[in-house]
Design a protein around this ligand. Structure first.
Ligand SMILES: [Zn+2]
Length: 361
């Protein structure tokens, strides 16, 4: 039945994992059938000669999808076995060496790990497939959960496909009531093009930022308690922790309050004050994050509030020590890797979707 010992091992492993309840035999049969079908679609001969290769491919796929091992761990393991095979004299059984593929004494430049983590993130981290409208709704829900609710204050907007049009939550609703169906499409004078009700008049200053910053696609503006507290004591954000390093040299400060932002003057003042930075703390008002993606704007809004909370907690206990600029810059870029930001957004989205998946409708 088995031409080679590994085939028997692969067979026994599938039986064992099924017995242990990691998948049912029916699921196993479906996974194997899918591999065989794919092989036949690739034009492989149907003579059974590669049956156990397909068996192994199905096993790898199931084991990875069940989280029994990551694809990265699996390919490392396969590479280790291939290496051991290449170094084993003919006729001897292949075994994994004790110290493969890395020993505790191996030391590599940090750049190696930066590149490797980027490559692995590109390969393995989840991509969100939600529409812009759904992402606006998800961001509203996420920020409601994160304590950004301030009744009707605060707005989240996103450029729509047609130039000069934007998605935003219908005025009169709280963030926790957002769903894709009550996110409306408006033009650049806040007239509603799609959806019910009126546009939020305070969104006018968003339009000024969009006008000045063509690369910006999403804006999140909220009045959460810790950012608001910093804003009323007149203190700029001072990121001094790894988790908040994305704001290092990337958070502006508007020291004067121009009044409620429903006019054009406030829009000009705020858009000039943010300059080319991603975030701004607005005196006597709150925070704003303007980013290329909704994922980034949402994650930064979560973390600017956490940074403000950390700063106020730290200051009440001692003096904030600054971080070294070169390390802060490195951490800033690391924390803002688009794939990591995307996966972080996905994590917060899963949290709100577990509570109410209806917000995507
Ligand atoms: Zn506001």
């Amino acid at each position: 039945m088995f031409a080679e010992p590994w085939q028997a091992q692969a067979f026994a492993l599938a039986v064992k994992l099924s017995e242990q309840g990691h998948f049912t035999w029916k699921e196993w049969a479906a996974a194997l059938a899918a591999e065989l079908k794919a092989a036949s679609e690739r034009g492989e001969p149907d003579d059974g000669s590669r049956y156990y290769e397909h068996w192994l491919a199905a096993l790898e796929r199931l084991v990875t999808s069940r989280g029994l091992t990551g694809t990265a761990a699996l390919s490392e393991r396969k590479e280790a076995w291939a290496d051991a095979y290449r170094h084993t004299p003919h006729g001897k059984p292949v075994a994994l060496g004790e110290d493969q593929p890395m020993t505790v004494t191996t030391k590599r430049p940090k750049e190696y790990y930066h590149q490797r983590s980027s490559a692995e993130m590109d390969k393995h981290l989840l991509e969100a497939s939600w529409s812009a409208r759904q992402k606006v709704a998800l961001t509203c829900r996420i920020l409601a959960e994160e304590g950004h609710e301030s009744a009707l204050a605060g707005q989240i907007s996103s450029r729509a496909d047609k130039p000069g049009t934007y998605w935003m939550l219908r005025f009169g609703l709280g963030f926790d009531e957002a769903s894709a169906s009550n996110v409306q499409l408006v033009d650049d004078d806040l007239k509603v093009l799609e959806g019910e009700g009126m546009a939020n008049p305070a969104n006018r200053f968003h339009l000024w930022i969009y006008r000045n910053r063509p690369e910006i696609n999403c804006i999140v503006h909220t009045h959460p308690p810790y950012c608001s507290a910093l804003s009323i004591i007149g203190e700029p954000l001072e990121p001094a922790h790894m988790d908040t390093s994305m704001f290092y040299d990337d958070c502006a400060w508007l020291p004067e309050w121009p009044g409620v932002p429903i006019g054009d003057e406030e829009g000009e003042i705020i858009s000039n004050a943010i300059g080319n930075k991603r975030a701004i703390l607005l005196a006597h008002h709150g925070q704003l994050c303007a980013c290329k993606t909704m994922e980034e704007a949402c994650v930064l809004a979560i973390f600017i509030e956490r940074a403000a909370r950390m700063q106020l907690l730290a200051r009440s206990a001692g003096t904030i020590k600054k971080i070294k600029p070169e390390l802060a810059k490195e951490a800033h870029d690391y924390r803002l890797k688009p794939k990591a930001i995307g996966a972080t957004f996905h994590y917060f989205a899963r949290r709100v979707l577990r509570k109410d998946a209806e917000c995507l409708k």
